[in-house]
Design a protein around this ligand. Structure first.
Ligand code: HEM
Length: 214
């Protein structure tokens, strides 16, 4: 890993540690979230990914962002299947989810730096810890494959290789973006973590610790 991939990882390390240890997601992995809580999380994700993947469409014509906006990553079809299975298709966005979606809508359709920041936080996370979360959730709720398809990338058989190529794309950014824009990208990736954390906090308030029954 050379420069920029290491920089963005470092810039978001504290936020990531929080997500790993104190968030709704870490409780989810410990089997301490009710089925309703998991269904509500999946519904929130659908609202977020609809906006992120709507932004990916114009970004495919953007010379800087096009390599990131790979349709093989698309999560909306999986999330639609999951919420249908979990019975949470009608759940409205939480206030924190609305704020996240508004941020994506305001910046990610037109600014490659903002788009890449949000893209990195979600998809590289989904391709890392997300795979573990999926296995754990499937076991906790006895779900098999249905209701957890968000966590499986059918078009990416080798997540490790995909992430190596992704980090190479990150490393090439300093040759096409100036230092001020790179700093903006780093700041936006920290904001993206905070926007996620705010959703986890609201879900945690609405779904306090419970033993998850399958
Ligand atoms: C219990 C929760 C979590 C666990 C156990 C976890 C675990 C991991 C692990 C092991 C990696 C390193 C993978 C590698 O280097 O190949 C990773 C990377 C990452 N995770 Fe998480 N994660 C969690 C939550 C999250 C959340 C909630 C987000 C974002 C909202 C996130 C975003 C990321 C990102 C962006 C990376 C890539 C870091 C980089 O190499 O640049 N993670 N995660």
């Amino acid at each position: 890993m050379t420069d920029f991939a290491a920089r963005i990882r470092r810039a978001t390390m504290a936020e990531h540690r929080d997500a790993e240890t104190r968030s709704f997601i870490s409780r989810l992995m410990a089997g301490e979230v009710s089925y309703a809580g998991y269904a509500a999380l999946t519904a929130q994700y659908l609202h977020i990914y609809r906006e992120l993947e709507a932004a990916a469409v114009p970004m495919r014509d953007n010379v800087i962002a096009a390599g990131f906006a790979d349709p093989v990553l698309d999560r909306v079809p999986s999330l639609e299947a999951d919420v249908a299975h979990l019975g949470s298709a009608a759940i409205e966005p939480l206030p924190a989810t609305r704020r996240y979606v508004e941020r994506l809508r305001a910046h990610c359709h037109t600014s490659p730096a903002h788009f890449i920041a949000h893209h990195y936080v979600r998809y590289l996370g989904d391709l890392s810890g997300g795979l573990m979360v999926g296995k754990s959730v499937s076991r906790t709720y006895g779900l098999g494959r249905e209701g957890v398809s968000f966590y499986t990338f059918a078009g990416i058989p080798d997540a490790k290789a995909y992430k190596i190529a992704y980090r190479e794309r990150l490393d090439r950014l300093p040759s096409v973006l100036g230092p001020a824009v790179l700093d903006e990208l780093l700041a936006e990736s920290q904001l993206a973590f905070r926007l996620n954390a705010a959703i986890f906090a609201e879900l945690g308030d609405r779904h306090p610790a419970a033993v998850a029954a399958a």
